[in-house]
Design a protein around this ligand. Structure first.
Ligand code: TYM
Length: 324
């Protein structure tokens, strides 16, 4: 089994990225051949400062290691350093259509507030590159949060279309979403996803513990007093229960039972304790890897390994379409 996923080094990573992605990645490295990368080419689809991009890529590499990814068991690399990603994307762009690309939620959300005459082609074609990422490794499983499933679906449509035309060339991937925490919401507005590009009220993985506690203690709830999991009427409470359940590897029902009879204040304090207990040692591990020159070496070795596998698939595709 091949497993592949990645994170884009755009904004500061959030607790949503941790729960929806980072925390789950290490579970796969014992089950199959795992490829986890830094989607730095994807980061260029919106304006980004070069120094920030470089720095954030290094930060994500260190997050991967701090989360427990072991370079002996999995391949960690920067997308841009494995040029096969770009080469495959150039071919695959001919098999995804403008209509379906324009219907992607992420594209619609990101482009709606932009000057319509200045939307980069890369933002529009984002799912093409993402399909190339996935298909380049004959991936079976793609662990992602809920917001990325639409892109994986599009990659699946592409596989069907391409294989119908050329025979069994591309492997059919499948998105894998965690049971708990596939969509962590903003603490300041639980109707919105917690997101790297939302500077307000969200927990960033490098926030200090005091800030994390403060953000959780001031999370938006409702005027009621019962701690129950009710997304419709109590989205703020439901979100905090989800965060707790995901961190403790229990179900939301179990989390609900744990906090039966709690007052909101005590409940939030317990959530803050749980998040800090998880994130504080994670941050300590992060700083060790961040300051270790070996981290760069790990990426370079990952890139060499990834490229060997990617080249095989790229050549198979080139052959199928008549480029070889
Ligand atoms: P990105 O960088 O936006 O997010 C990285 C991962 O974190 C998940 N995630 C969340 N999960 C739960 N709750 C949230 N609030 C939350 N916010 C983010 C995302 O679903 C994702 O799994 N396009 C991808 C990067 C990418 C990729 C790929 C992923 C490029 N190529 C190929 C998988 C396979 C992205 O921008 O994720």
């Amino acid at each position: 089994m091949r497993v592949l996923s990645g994170i884009k080094p755009t904004g500061k990573l959030t607790l949503g990225n941790y729960i929806g992605a980072l925390k789950n990645f290490p579970n796969f490295q014992n089950e199959g051949e795992t490829f986890i990368f830094i989607a730095d080419l994807h980061a260029l689809t919106m304006p980004i400062d070069p120094e920030f991009l470089r720095e954030n890529s290094k930060i994500i590499a260190s997050f991967y290691l701090a989360a427990g990814l072991d370079p002996k068991k999995c391949t960690i690399f920067r997308q841009s350093r494995v040029s096969e990603h770009s080469e495959l994307a150039i071919i695959l762009q001919n098999y995804l259509y403008m209509g379906e690309l324009s219907r992607m939620t992420q594209f619609k959300e990101k482009s709606q507030n932009m000057n319509q005459n200045a939307i980069g082609l890369g933002l529009f074609a984002y799912p093409v590159l993402m399909a190339a990422d996935i298909l380049l490794y004959d991936s079976d499983v793609v662990p992602v949060g809920e917001d990325q499933t639409q892109h994986v679906e599009l990659a699946r449509d592409l596989v069907k279309r391409f294989n119908n035309h050329y025979g069994e060339i591309l492997k059919m991937p499948e998105a894998k979403i965690g049971k708990v925490g596939k969509r962590i919401m903003s603490l300041s507005d639980p109707s919105k996803k917690m997101s790297k590009s939302d500077p307000k009220g969200d927990i960033f993985l490098l926030d200090d513990m005091k800030t994390i506690r403060k953000k959780i203690m001031s999370a938006v709830t409702d005027s009621g007093s019962e701690v129950i999991y009710d997304i419709e009427n109590k989205p703020g409470i439901a979100n905090l229960l989800t965060i707790y359940a995901a961190i403790k590897n229990i179900t939301v029902e179990e989390a609900e039972t744990t906090f039966a009879g709690y007052r909101y204040g005590d409940f939030k304090k317990a959530i803050a304790d749980a998040v800090i207990e998880e994130i504080e040692p994670f941050q300590n591990r992060f700083y060790t890897f961040y300051n270790d020159p070996q981290t760069e070496k790990i990426l370079e070795e990952g890139e060499a390994k990834a490229s060997v596998i990617a080249r095989v698939v790229l050549q198979r595709v080139q052959q199928a379409v008549g480029l070889r």
